[in-house]
Write a protein that binds this ligand. Structure first.
Ligand SMILES: Cc1cc2nc3c(=O)[nH]c(=O)nc-3n(C[C@H](O)[C@H](O)[C@H](O)COP(=O)(O)O)c2cc1C
Length: 206
């Protein structure tokens, strides 16, 4: 049964920071598993989700280039982090930091499944993400996809990082209130965790 695309509202769903939203797809992005918290937040029932393309929760505010990167990364069998704004069935939205894990059959080298684990995005880093995504979306609409890719490459080059590095760095960013507590916080800033974000350079340098 086809599902009607919801009309986005400006209502935000506040996620429980302790909970993880999990889903799993086949190699084409068809949902084969959704956790209880995924079901609760998305607003769809399990049977509405099973067998559906994962773009069922795609929010129109998301720039295409992010999903382009995701699929390039999946094809290269590399894990990836991405910040995504999702749309629930009632039109409300929620921001998530997603870890995509590509499960490969070691014998055949084929992709068995892709798992996505999502956590709430801390409020203090949202403005930076929203600004970049808004710019990318406007470029995609008014200039085109190729220009959006070039802009994103330029943005990351300026910051000397891959998209994965950018995500990891933002999540390591301390809240301003904590930063103000002592001069050490200001000097040290956020410490980026290790990550395997090499796919981006491979994708765009080819
Ligand atoms: C495991 C997995 C999880 C995904 N999770 C999301 C998600 O939470 N939100 C989303 O918009 N797209 C997600 N996608 C990407 C979608 O498959 C799709 O590429 C994206 O929504 C763009 O759809 P479109 O090409 O129809 O615009 C996921 C893909 C995979 C493989």
């Amino acid at each position: 049964m086809a599902i009607q695309r919801p009309t986005p509202t400006n209502k935000e769903i506040i996620l429980d920071p302790a909970k993880t939203i999990v889903s799993k797809t086949d190699n084409k992005g068809i949902i084969v598993y959704a956790s209880d918290y995924f079901i609760e937040i998305s607003g769809y029932s399990l049977t509405e989700l099973m067998g559906k393309p994962h773009n069922i929760i795609r929010h129109p505010d998301m720039p295409k280039v992010v999903f382009e990167m995701l699929w390039q990364s999946i094809k290269a069998k590399q894990n990836m982090h991405a910040v995504v704004k999702n749309l629930s069935k009632d039109g409300s939205y929620y921001w998530v930091m997603t870890d995509f894990k590509v499960d490969v059959n070691p014998e055949t080298g084929n992709i068995i499944a892709i798992q996505a684990s999502r956590k709430a995005v801390p409020k203090h880093i949202l403005p930076e993400i929203e600004k970049l995504y808004k710019d990318l979306l406007a470029i995609e609409k008014e200039v085109g996809m190729a220009a959006s890719v070039k802009y994103l490459v330029g943005f990351l080059e300026e910051n000397n990082m891959t998209y994965n590095d950018w995500v990891v760095k933002m999540f390591a960013k301390p809240e301003e209130s904590k930063q103000k507590k002592g001069f050490l916080g200001k000097i040290l800033g956020g410490k980026a965790a290790n990550n395997d974000g090499s796919f981006f350079s491979k994708y765009f340098n080819s």
